[in-house]
Structures are given as C-alpha cells and as structure tokens.
Design a binder for this molecule. Structure first.
Ligand code: SF4
Ligand code: SF4
Length: 372
C-alpha cells in the first residue's frame, strides 16, 4: 500500500503551514526517507502566471518556504524552478512571492534556459522528453502542485504539475503534436514515470474550482496533502473534490495501464480522515473527449468538434493578445480590434483559457456534449 498524508492547515500563516508540512512528512516516515544530506533537490512549484499569492494561481510561497526549510534542516541543497509556458519565470516568481522566499533562505531560483532530451523508460507515447537541463543535474525532484481545476485534464495536481519540467515553448509544441486528449493524458503519465519525483507535497489550503487553472474560484479545503506516488496523491485529490479517480481521464488511463495507487484499497491515508474534508459540490469542468485511442481519426475529430467544450471570447476581453501567443495551433487572430478563434482548426487544448489574464475566455459545451 502506498501512503498519502493529510494534515489540517487552516490558513497560509507561516507557523500553520510549517506545522502541516512537518506533520505530513512525519506521517510518511520523515524527509530523510526521501532525501539524503548533501543531495541536490529540484523543488518544482506550480508557477503558472505572474499573479499575487492571494489569487491562488501559483503554489503559495509559504508552502514553498516550509518545504525549503525542511530540506535545509537536513542538509540538502535545494533549487527552486519551473518553466512557465508563457512569460518569464523571473517575473512569475517575483509576483508569486517565491523570489523573496528564495532570497530570504539563500536558495537559488533556477531560470531554466537549456533543455536536454531525457529517455522515457516506460514511454507509451513518447520515448524521450525535452526537459529542462536541471532535471539531469539534481539527485531528486520534489513536486509542489496546487489543487486546481483544468479545462483539459479536469484536475491539475501532482502529475500535471510535472508538465512544467518540459522546456518552455516545447509545451505548446506537445499540445499541437498530441492533439487527441487521451494521447496527451498518456504522455503526462509517461512524463511522471520518467521524472519520478521523490515526493509530492500539495498546496490544498485554498483549492481552485470552476474555470481553473487561472481564472477559477477559490474554495477553502484546509489541507496539505503529501505522498511519494503522484498517481495516489492525485487519486486522493479527486476523492477530496467528490470525484471517483476514474472520472479524471489521466487517472482512468493510468488505471488501464495497471499502475497502483488509484483504488481506495491501495492507498493508506494517514493523518486526518479524508471524509471530513470532501468538497462534494466542488465544480469541475466536464471531461474533454475521453473516447480511447483506437477510434478512427474521423470519429475523434467529430467528438472533438461536437462534444468537447470549445473556447468562446467573452465581452470583457481586453484585447491584450496573450491568447494569440498561447495558442499552439496559431489560430487566434485579432481582426478589426476583435479576437477571433478559427473553431474548425481548434484542437481543444484550452491553453488560451489557461493563460488569459482577464478571465475573458469561457469554455462552452456543445449540444451533443451536454446530451452525452
Ligand atoms: S488573452 Fe483574454 S483578454 Fe487577452 S485578448 Fe485573449 S481573450 Fe482577450
Ligand atoms: S483556440 Fe484555444 S483551445 Fe483552440 S487550439 Fe487555440 S489555444 Fe487551444
């Protein structure tokens, strides 16, 4: 059985977060089980966009601080880093409060510029990944996601957060290459099995529901969640938001591969009782087309166009142009001062909605999608 620890955390007050992170680590047998003194450790928060901590978009800086302090206390050598798909890490980390934490603790902030091709030993979709070079230079990775919803993956937690280790613009390329939603999800599974983080410590104090991962509503969950297996951690997050793990496409596919940690009987939840924290009315986006890999391309194209939610520009669009840069298919244009999406070519990756800084892109489900 794999262990997932839950520790109550009522706010982002420093002492509360530090105490909750320590409780989780103790429940898992102590940090020394995962990291040795002197080891170089890449700490990978979710640094999606340049937003202040109270917006709940990025991993909260107090969670990053608490984990770094634990690592420094055992004599490890942490490095904090991420590779945002759009914009510079320097700006994102500054606004998210992570730069200040690193400065105060004397921990370097890695501005990833070089990439390296890393073999994927269990790759079903990809045999290697273009990852940030630092992945090959550290002894261990500690993953610090946040509980949020996502248009494509429904939930983003431990597994999806590792997509940030794919070098900068290569993320957009992957969305374009792997257009079938299930192929993309399988790739995320390959990636988690390649990076193999030693620990996943999740910021579940304030979760994001609805139009996540950037423009959703914050909901109090009051937890730090931790475990060594990213799939078991994500299955636990799914249960906490009232979903069966099989309702999250990448977890369903991980189950089909026979990966452990997805069934309730395979996970030993330690610390707090899971049932006391379940948000049964948590709003999660509908699944994009999850119709298996073996259907003919024409069926997949039909499902994508007429069943999967499609992006729509709302009236509050500020014409900032961010979505034009974010779209991997390069099909969003500005015409006579209006943003226009060429829906026939849209691959339903939802990068535009993910990166829109003004919550001006909604996802609408077509009639067939609602019917199904
Ligand atoms: S990113 Fe959002 S606000 Fe900016 S142009 Fe696109 S839809 Fe409008
Ligand atoms: S319009 Fe949006 S959902 Fe469609 S391909 Fe571009 S970024 Fe992806």
């Amino acid at each position: 059985m794999t262990k997932v620890a839950l520790a109550r955390c009522g706010s982002y007050a420093r002492n509360e977060v530090e105490s909750a992170v320590r409780k989780c680590l103790n429940e898992l047998g102590g940090l020394g089980r995962f990291v040795q003194p002197g080891q170089k450790v890449l700490v990978k928060p979710n640094l999606l966009a340049a937003e202040p901590p109270e917006r709940g978009v990025d991993t909260h800086p107090e969670v990053v601080r608490a984990v770094l302090k634990e690592l420094l206390a055992i004599g490890a050598k942490p490095l904090v880093g991420d590779s945002p798909g759009l914009g510079s890490l320097v700006r994102v980390a500054q606004k998210a409060g992570v730069t200040q934490v690193c400065r105060e603790l004397g921990v370097p902030l890695g501005v990833f510029t070089k990439e390296i091709e890393v073999k994927a030993p269990h790759g079903k979709i990809l045999k290697s990944f273009p990852l940030v070079e630092e992945i090959a230079q550290v002894d261990a990775v500690i993953n610090l996601p946040r509980v949020k919803t996502h248009g494509l993956t429904r939930l983003t937690g431990a597994v999806k957060n590792l997509f940030g280790c794919v070098a900068g613009l290569r993320k957009g390329e992957m969305h374009f290459r792997l257009q079938h939603a299930d192929v993309f999800h399988e790739m995320l599974i390959d990636l988690a099995l390649t990076i193999k983080p030693v620990l996943n410590i999740v910021d579940g104090v304030m979760a994001m529901e609805g139009a996540g991962p950037r423009n959703g509503r914050l909901r109090f969950m009051g937890l730090i969640i931790a475990g060594a297996d990213p799939f078991a951690v994500d299955a636990t997050i799914a249960r906490l938001v009232g979903l069966a793990p099989a309702a999250v496409p990448l977890l369903a596919l991980a189950g089909e591969r026979g990966l452990p940690g997805l069934k309730e009987v395979e996970v030993e939840v330690r610390g707090e009782a899971l049932d006391a924290f379940v948000l049964s009315d948590f709003q999660v986006p509908p699944a994009a087309t999850h119709i298996g890999l073996r259907v003919p391309a024409v069926v997949n194209a039909f499902f994508r166009r007429y069943v999967s939610p499609y992006p729509v520009i709302k009236n509050n669009c500020q014409r900032c142009g961010v979505c034009l840069q974010a779209c991997p298919a390069q099909l969003i244009t500005m015409e006579r001062g209006k943003v226009v999406i060429d829906d026939r070519r849209c691959i339903r990756c939802y990068c535009c909605q993910e990166f829109c800084p003004h919550d001006a892109i909604a996802l609408k489900t077509p009639f067939f999608g609602r019917f199904l």
